[in-house]
Design a protein around this ligand. Structure first.
Ligand SMILES: Nc1ncnc2c1ncn2[C@@H]1O[C@H](COP(=O)(O)OP(=O)(O)OP(=O)(O)O)[C@@H](O)[C@H]1O
Length: 268
């Protein structure tokens, strides 16, 4: 098991944010974490790399409680791609990706030598080899997100943590990024807002609602219309995707009037 959270509870100030959450990610498994805004997804994610300490419960990475691991050891086991974790300074793409080697570099070592190969391979993998000397600020949103994924790849950790990796990406770039993640075959925990993307790219989903996990399992079971309505407050219909045959969810506001079928009630 790459990741296991047991009875994790989080408080921020005096407010209970997450309560009694159990979650696992197995080797090579892609697991999605979904839930409405403010349900606690990011807070739960932050406990995994010790940006937040739970008030109860434990987090284990590859079998070891993270309280027994240094930040460097955690970073060797889990790499994060979050919305706000681009570096503050305007580094080049290659410099940003080289930062992924941080957990592996000795005190007097530079990012040259044995670190070159993982950096080059990560750049190649995300299709940014030709952009290595470009400054991050000159990239499009999608390219920048791929540079951050490359940094996580260069980190060579067996677990990837992705917090809303497709935010601000157009549909093409979002699909491309999730295809890339799927092809990597690494254990992945991914926060996603788009339930159709979650259903398509995740093996298993957890639904977080008001800080509690209320469902866990394969997307087609977890995204049951009744549960989606109860958690997200929308009507949900299961359809078959006309091209892939996979699950396609159609949403409408509660109490939306159905459009009359063509030919019925019309004069044509
Ligand atoms: N420092 C804080 N003190 C008190 N409450 C906080 C603090 N930071 C966040 N919260 C609250 O914790 C709750 C969970 O936030 P979190 O960001 O984990 O949710 P989320 O599911 O990731 O939301 P979103 O989908 O909108 O990104 C929210 O209600 C938020 O207002």
């Amino acid at each position: 098991m790459r990741l296991s959270l047991t009875s994790v509870s989080v408080r921020l100030g005096t407010a209970p944010i997450v309560a009694d959450c159990d979650l696992t990610v197995g080797d090579g498994e892609r697991v999605g974490l979904v839930g409405p805004n403010g349900s606690g997804k990011t807070s739960l994610m932050r406990t995994i790399y010790r940006a937040l300490d739970p008030v109860a419960g434990s987090v284990a990475l590859a079998g070891d409680d993270i309280r027994t691991l240094s930040q460097r050891q955690i970073a060797r086991r889990a790499a994060l791609v979050a919305q706000d974790n681009a570096p503050d300074f305007d580094f080049t793409v290659e410099e940003v990706v080289a930062m992924g080697r941080g957990p592996w570099i000795g005190a007097f070592e530079t990012t040259t030598g044995r670190n070159n190969a993982p950096i080059a391979s990560a750049l190649e993998r995300v299709g940014l080899a030709g952009h290595r000397t470009r400054r991050l600020s000159t990239l499009s949103g999608g390219e920048r997100q791929r540079a951050l994924v490359a940094r996580a790849l260069a980190q060579e950790s067996p677990l990837l943590l992705l917090d809303e990796p497709t935010n601000h990406l157009d549909v093409h770039t979002a699909l491309e990024l999730l295809e890339l993640v799927r092809d990597l075959g690494r254990a992945t925990l991914c926060v996603l807002h788009d339930l159709n993307l979650a259903a398509t790219y995740c093996d298993r989903l957890y639904v977080l609602h008001r800080g509690r996990i209320v469902a866990n399992g394969p997307p087609e079971e977890v995204l049951d219309p009744e549960l989606v309505q109860a958690v997200f407050g929308v009507t949900c219909t299961h359809l078959a995707h006309p091209i892939t045959g996979g699950l396609l969810l159609a949403f409408s506001p509660l109490h939306a009037a159905p459009v009359p079928a063509l030919g019925k009630g019309s004069n044509q």
